[in-house]
Write a protein of this length. Structure first.
Length: 429
């Protein structure tokens, strides 16, 4: 080695000094390379050889010094990790750097590290032991590409794993992860192995993407709950009406119109707001909870369909089928009354189903959901009085129908909210 212009032997004292300097630089976050030289006679390049020198020449080198590189974490890294932790996501670091550099970087970004698992440790672990270690370890250092892949697979046994990397060595782990994330400046093989590529430099977009995904999932769940419970309830309603009334409870063209308006109201669900507490933690797809929700909420709507049947039959005399004219009038009036009630209840119940809170008071839908819902209700109310309504077989409803409808709607919303709250307390949804 060279020291103060003199070539010195690499004795234990010098090795200890060099090691301390290396550790000091590493602890400060520097990546350190040792530069060593050797005087060698010129050689001709052998045929087919890439270089005139080989591994056998890498001996008797003279250490010239260290070159230290500083690669600080991105400014957004600490904030991104904090937000991810707040949203129930555990952040782990898997790196080929030494443990001193890795600890320094983790400290700078606010990631607590109690223990470090090295690549040599991973090499000795079984898959089961690695899975246990991976669950409790925040930092893996001095790992190879194969180690990264094993760690990701071990975590994926009990968790949904996202892995972010940009180098050639990250490709196996990116491929093994449930969601591989890379950046637009990454190596080509890393980008090819990733499921998504970040175009912005800030790591905060990772958290933004997580929240957007949870929002989409929550709105999909709303749509499934709404559609499945509504269809399940309508099945009971149609079955009962077919038994109770001596005519079709609703004409095919009326059913299609009802479905068209109902589906129009559902098209705005992707724009709906999601309560903050539904974004704090990942929400799994729970088919049992969804089934129980449908089994209880669906029949709740049928109760008020049946109450509407009774009102139309006994209050407005839709039993009268003594003549062809009276039968036609009774059928048209009954169908109109049920059409309006069914459409409005379906337009309103989404506000109950979309949130675990008290609708309209503690949680409100987005403006598009409210606007389109009001439009559907207005069309449903006005259709029986329009020329199009007469073409569809509707009749104008008597004035007494409307206060009865309002009472029915209020009771329906109260019952649905009560059933939903009961399900939530029993942890069934």
């Amino acid at each position: 080695m060279f020291l103060d212009g003199k070539e010195l032997a690499m004795d234990p004292a010098h090795v200890a000094d060099l090691t301390r300097e290396y550790e000091r630089l590493s602890a400060d976050g520097f990546r350190v390379l040792a530069i060593a030289t050797k005087a060698a006679a010129p050689r001709e390049l052998a045929a087919g050889a890439a270089t005139a020198y080989g591994a056998a020449d890498e001996c008797d080198l003279v250490l010239q010094g260290y070159v230290a590189f500083l690669d600080p974490p991105k400014p957004s890294c600490a904030a991104a990790i904090g937000r991810l932790h707040a949203h129930g996501i555990t952040v782990k670091v898997i790196t080929g750097d030494n443990e001193l550099v890795a600890r320094k970087v983790c400290k700078e970004v606010g990631l607590a590290v109690d223990a470090v698992v090295l690549g040599t440790d991973v090499e000795q672990m079984t898959d089961a032991a690695l899975a246990d270690a991976a669950a409790t370890t925040a930092l893996f250092a001095r790992v190879s590409p194969a180690h990264k892949q094993r760690i990701v697979k071990a975590l994926a046994r009990d968790h949904v794993v996202g892995f972010m990397g940009d180098g050639i060595n990250d490709a196996p782990a990116l491929h093994a992860a449930d969601v591989g994330i890379s950046v637009d400046t990454a190596a080509d093989i890393a980008k090819a192995s990733a499921d998504m590529i970040l175009l912005e430099k800030s790591l905060l977009v990772v958290d933004d993407g997580v929240l957007e995904g949870r929002k989409v999932f929550a709105n999909i769940t709303k749509y499934v709950r709404m559609g499945a419970s509504s269809n399940f309830g309508n099945m009971f309603s149609v079955l009962g009406a077919s038994i109770l009334v001596p005519f079709l409870p609703m004409l095919p063209i009326q059913i299609l119109t009802n479905n068209l308006l109902y589906d129009l109201g559902q098209t705005t669900i992707p724009t709906d707001d999601v309560d903050p507490e539904q974004l704090q933690r990942p929400r799994p797809w729970d088919m049992r909870a969804l089934t129980r929700f449908i089994l209880f909420i669906g029949p709740s709507s049928s109760i008020f369909d049946y109450s509407t049947y009774l009102v139309m039959l006994y209050v407005f005399g839709c039993w009268d089928v003594s003549t062809a004219a009276s039968a036609a009038h009774s059928a048209s009036l009954f169908q109109t009354g049920w059409f309006v009630e069914s459409l409005i209840t379906q337009a309103l119940v989404i506000h109950v189903i979309r949130t675990n809170k008290l609708p309209f008071v503690q949680s409100r839908a987005s403006r598009p959901v409210i606007a389109v819902g009001l439009l559907v209700i207005a069309v449903g109310i006005g259709l029986p009085f329009s020329p199009v309504g007469r073409y569809l077989g509707f009749s104008p409803l008597p004035p007494l129908y409307w206060p009865i409808l309002i009472a029915t709607l209020v009771a329906y919303l109260v019952v649905t909210q009560t059933v939903k709250t009961w399900l939530l307390r029993r942890r069934w949804s």
